[in-house]
Design a protein around this ligand. Structure first.
Ligand SMILES: *Cc1c(COP(=O)(O)O)cnc(C)c1O
Length: 443
């Protein structure tokens, strides 16, 4: 397993993250447990901010909170001077509860409800990223009722396909998101938006995909956005102040993954903006990006306790852990691949190949196929790396399994930032209708 950030193997042969022995974390908090290397999260934030600062352009780095949205994470994003993307009232509520400055919040999504729009306008968030014509009219009307002028970007589908997994790609014409550039709806959206008196059109947005390993897609998107901006300026005299190129910066999940350093992605983007806008004597816009996975992905590790195993001679050995698709649905959803090690025997050589199964009643509930490990015993601690993004965020209570807790570690200290769910959380919203026979609890 690749050791990210502050992760290392300590003198006892245990995995250590943020200066804290993983076996101590297990003893204190139980398993499954999400562990975040806070130092690495902050380092990733700073890589983005520093690279943009070096470009000399005006910028905003907005953390796409859908990757991992809890209050302590919002605090980190705030402290690192970044902005925050939300896509639902729940994410907005989380950010506001954490005291995140509303003016640095951007609201995304292809189907914002009236309630969500009202909540966000009342909170005075910084910007809406408008996705379609119905939202454009609805937002203008609600802003009008509230006598507010609301800042917006228009989400454009630029027709750039980033090399990525089909299920998680956006940006092609056949997408549920955004105004299509190729068929003229993006242009019509700009015309319409600039006439709506309760909206202030700041610029345009695109997001071309996820887990992107080269800069070409971003260059192409920047070029398309720039030539669209130039066309709009010439034809209807509207000048964009902001170009948002979305997220999608790749991370290393497994050894074969080859992400570029953050500074390389950022330089490609800022150079492309300078070139394309400069060449057309267009006032240089602010450049915004929205990294999610690349901020938190490789900083997360999930710790599990090994339970049972099943050896099918000549076929495969299944080793089961005390979590699974409930805390990490990505292998089942996207065939996502992960690496892992035994955290309590981290310096031992691998001697067997096993496949890691979850505990859910679902054959597809597998976490890792064909993993090299030392001979695994019941009670060992399995550490799966790179689980910081879209794991806790996508966790469920399938099989009524309680969602794990989340711990931040840094410089030898661990802090619980999300408590493990309780049985009360599991049944807390359940109601038994009065017409059913009333019986007393058996636990
Ligand atoms: C998902 C998403 C992001 C973040 O994507 P990552 O791959 O996590 O960096 C950014 N912007 C938009 C609009 C998104 O939908």
């Amino acid at each position: 397993m690749y050791l990210h950030g502050t992760s290392k193997i300590n003198g006892q042969g245990h995995l250590e993250i943020g200066g804290v022995d993983a076996t101590k974390l297990v003893a204190e908090y139980g398993t499954p447990l999400y562990v975040f290397d806070e130092t690495l999260v902050r380092e990733r934030c700073r890589e983005f901010v520093d690279a943009f600062r070096a470009s000399g352009l005006k910028f905003q780095v907005a953390y796409a909170s859908k990757a991992f949205c809890v209050m302590a994470m919002c605090r980190i994003v705030e402290e690192e001077g970044m902005s925050l993307d939300v896509v639902s009232d729940g994410e907005l509520y989380t950010a506001l509860q954490a005291g995140f400055p509303a003016e640095r919040i951007h609201f995304h999504g292809n189907n914002k409800t009236i309630d969500e729009i009202e909540m966000a306008i009342d909170a005075k968030i910084g910007c809406f990223v408008v996705d379609n014509f119905i939202e454009l009219q609805m937002l203008n009307a609600i802003a009008g009722e509230k006598r507010q002028k609301v800042k917006i970007l228009l989400r454009i589908t630029p027709g750039v396909e980033a090399h990525t997994h089909e299920y998680i790609s956006t940006g092609q014409t056949d997408s549920k998101f955004g105004f299509d550039l190729g068929n003229g709806s993006a242009f019509r959206a700009v015309e319409e938006a600039s006439k709506l008196s309760h909206l202030e059109l700041l610029g345009i947005h695109s997001h071309i995909g996820s887990q992107i390993f080269e800069v070409e897609g971003f260059r192409m998107a920047a070029e398309k956005m720039a030539s669209f901006a130039v066309q709009v300026r010439q034809e209807i005299g509207v000048t964009f102040k902001v170009i948002n190129l979305g997220g999608g910066f790749g991370i290393r999940y497994v050894n074969e993954d080859t992400p570029l350093p953050v500074s390389v992605y950022v330089k490609a983007i800022t150079d492309a903006i300078k070139d394309n806008f400069g060449r057309n004597e267009y006032p240089l816009p602010e450049i915004w990006v929205e990294p999610g996975r690349s901020i938190v992905g490789d900083a997360g590790t999930t710790l599990y306790t090994v339970g049972t195993s099943k050896d099918i001679p000549g076929v495969r050995k299944y080793v089961s852990v005390d979590g699974g698709m409930t805390d990490n649905p990505r292998p089942a959803l996207y065939e996502a691949v992960y690496e892992a090690m035994l955290a309590n025997r981290a310096s031992e050589e691998p001697t067997e190949v096993v496949s890691i199964a979850g505990k859910c009643c679902e054959s597809g509930d597998m976490l890792i196929w064909d993993l090299n490990l030392p001979k695994v015993n019941s009670g060992d601690v399995l550490a799966v790396s790179c689980t910081g993004a879209y794991n806790y965020a996508m966790a469920s209570n399938y099989n009524r399994i309680r969602r794990p807790g989340v711990v931040f570690v840094s410089e030898g200290q661990s802090d619980l930032v999300v408590k493990r769910e309780t049985f009360d959380n599991i049944v807390g919203n359940d109601l038994i209708p009065a017409r059913m026979k009333q019986v007393s609890k058996t636990v």
